[in-house]
Ligand binder design. Structure first.
Ligand code: FAD
Length: 396
């Protein structure tokens, strides 16, 4: 597979790099202070005015709609370019997403039909509408087969009852992509259906926010006799599982790129500090332990980056879904565990300053703890990989 980054991609990467250096990194001290003070407040990751300002600047820099198909007004540059852009964006801890977010874009692209294209896909692709995904429930997270939120057919309506938990942005998103059981006997093999649920639909209420370690504070969503008509069914009735799995694959590539971006930042900081700080008459850069931290971090970042590029290119070329699933699990486990090690080394190298809120390192160390659980815990991905290899043998 050819991983060449041609001049046009390098130019985009340079634009993103400038955007991150000029617009995001200067916001970090403010972000760290706000996160410390926010507590249980019911606020987004960024205040609306900050987000609007960053969006306007990103649009002016030509960074909108990178992986949006041309027919929906996007740049149609694909997953590989989005992966590289995402890596650059995530050198900063500022949680600003270039619209639209790729995981739900992939789901809407695959499944929207008829009026859904005008009502949801196009405004989402243009960054005018936001969405979230609601799968997890109080009783089932990584085991999707265990969800019990039920959508029943009554007359010409779907009536939905149940509850979702830990849903990022649920209260703020314009619409939720909601996964419900339409056939309990079939379960994940034909019994799960996706619905488009507008924020203010009668019968929908929210609980939370529930702040967790790191920056996020997801919500609960309660569904009490929520009535939807057929125009809100996203894709085939009973057909949610496969597109949902693909969407999770896009998200894993994104988490991989985020970990690579953050780890690269940590490594750059380690290199600078190792040269600048002297102890016992010698720079830290002269100590073999420090040299090994730097060398190991570099190797680990590069190895994950290559597999993540392979995953992104496979998505662009629509290659073997089994291979992509394996790479998705590999990236999810290795990228998150790699960043855990790299940020820990960086904190150790910086000493007290590394632990402080003067630098972004302690923020990253908390953030990465979340990554090892969301979108499938590491243990579940290892189990999926082992099950696949034991069943099919080594990929040829
Ligand atoms: C900040 C945050 C944001 C989130 N946002 C969303 C969202 O927007 N939408 C959404 O739908 N969900 C969201 N989630 C939920 C998230 O996807 C789930 O937490 C995750 O899938 C794990 O599910 P669980 O927490 O129920 O853990 P469980 O499935 O109960 O697993 C608990 C632990 O058991 C172990 N385990 C489980 N299965 C196995 C196995 N087969 N082999 C070995 N060990 C195993 C693992 O160590 C795992 O960590 C979010 C969660 C958080 C914390």
């Amino acid at each position: 597979m050819d991983f060449e980054i041609d001049d046009s991609i390098k130019a985009i990467r340079e634009t993103v790099r400038r955007f991150v250096d000029r617009e995001l990194i200067p916001l970090e001290p403010w972000l760290i202070r706000r996160e410390t003070e926010r507590g249980f407040a019911d606020e987004g990751l960024l205040p609306p005015e900050v987000e609007a300002d960053l969006k306007a600047k990103a649009r002016a820099a030509g960074l909108y709609g990178i992986d949006v198909p041309a027919q929906y007004g996007g740049q149609d540059l694909g997953a590989f370019v989005k992966c590289i852009v995402f890596e650059e964006m995530r050198r900063s801890i500022v949680p600003f997403h270039l619209p639209p977010q790729s995981p739900n874009l992939s789901l809407l692209r695959a499944l929207c039909t008829g009026s859904q294209v005008e009502d949801y896909l196009i405004p989402y692709a243009a960054g005018e509408k936001t969405s979230c995904l609601a799968v997890t429930e109080p009783g089932a997270g990584s085991d999707i087969a265990g969800i019990t939120t039920r959508a029943e057919r009554r007359g010409d309506k779907w009536v939905i009852n149940g509850s979702k938990l830990w849903i990022t942005d649920a209260k703020r998103a314009d619409f939720i992509v909601l996964i419900a059981v339409t056939d309990a006997v079939k379960g994940i093999r034909g019994g799960l259906t996706a619905f488009l649920l507008d924020r203010d639909t009668p019968g929908v209420s929210y609980s939370g926010p529930y702040p967790v370690i790191g920056e996020q504070a997801p919500y609960g969503v309660n569904l009490d006799d929520v009535e939807l008509d057929d125009s809100k069914v996203l894709g085939e009735v009973g057909g949610a599982f496969i597109p949902l799995s693909k969407r999770l694959g896009v998200r894993r590539m994104e988490i991989g790129a985020r970990c690579i971006g953050l780890a690269s930042r940590c490594l750059a900081m380690m290199i600078d500090q190792a040269k600048a700080r002297s102890t016992f008459g010698a720079p830290l850069a002269d100590r073999q332990t420090v040299q090994w931290w730097i060398a190991d971090s570099y190797q680990e970042i590069e190895m994950v980056r290559l597999v993540n590029y392979r995953l992104a290119l496979s998505m662009d070329r629509d290659l073997d879904p089994d291979a992509m699933r394996r790479d998705g699990s590999l990236v999810k486990v290795q990228a998150t565990e790699m960043l855990t090690r790299v940020v820990d080394r960086a904190i150790q190298l910086f000493g007290a300053m590394g632990l402080s809120k003067e630098l972004p390192l302690e923020y990253i160390a908390r953030l990465v703890r979340v990554f090892r659980i969301v979108e499938g815990p590491s243990e579940v991905h290892r189990w999926i990989l082992a099950r696949d290899l034991l069943k099919r043998g080594l990929p040829q």
